[in-house]
Design a binder for this molecule. Sequence first.
Ligand code: E4P
Length: 216
Amino acid sequence: MKFFIDTANLDQIREANALGILDGVTTNPSLMAKEGIKGNEAVLQHYRNICEIVEGDISAEVLGTDFNTIIEEGKVLAALHPNIVVKVPMIKDGVKAIKWFTDNGIKTNCTLIFSAGQAILAAKAGATYVSPFIGRIDDSGWDGMQLISQISSIYAVQGFKSQILAASIRNANHIIDCAEAGAHVITSPLDPILGLLKHPLTDIGLAKFLEDAKKM
Ligand code: E4P
């Protein structure tokens, strides 16, 4: 399972990358705004900066909602760096655009997936990645992990090539459950990734070893 970090914060991207387990980055307009990135040129430069830090797929989201605008924006984003993946929302023109990008050799991440039907459409259009938002599904009283399992079964039965990119991760258990449910990729903020490190018995065991080492 690949690990992406879900942030536009360069320090956090550097910290995750330094762990040596990072395979890519996802961003979205909310995450870019949170970092105070304003204006088209600043946004494009920020994507270039991220590509300089991480050797892996970097999702950059289009803002247009009609076919022509999505295509024009996507071409500009894809030209920034060979590792850019154009992130396109799950809307009718988004599906059409994903098919166009697929036919023209541009990688895509279909975002805002909340149902198996949407995941099937995105896969049919040839999306490289399909992003179900599990945390937001949990927040709304449904079961995000159940959707990951369902999409995983459908893709296996049908032989779809799209990778399931579990998004909207809220905690370390989400990452573990995604691994079990068949997600090909998780994209997570830094804290849940670091949360995987933690176990109280590790801390107790290490303290004891270090204490006994003094007697060696
Ligand atoms: C996915 O690519 C999105 O950026 C992200 O995972 C959304 O997560 P949120 O629900 O925490 O905003």
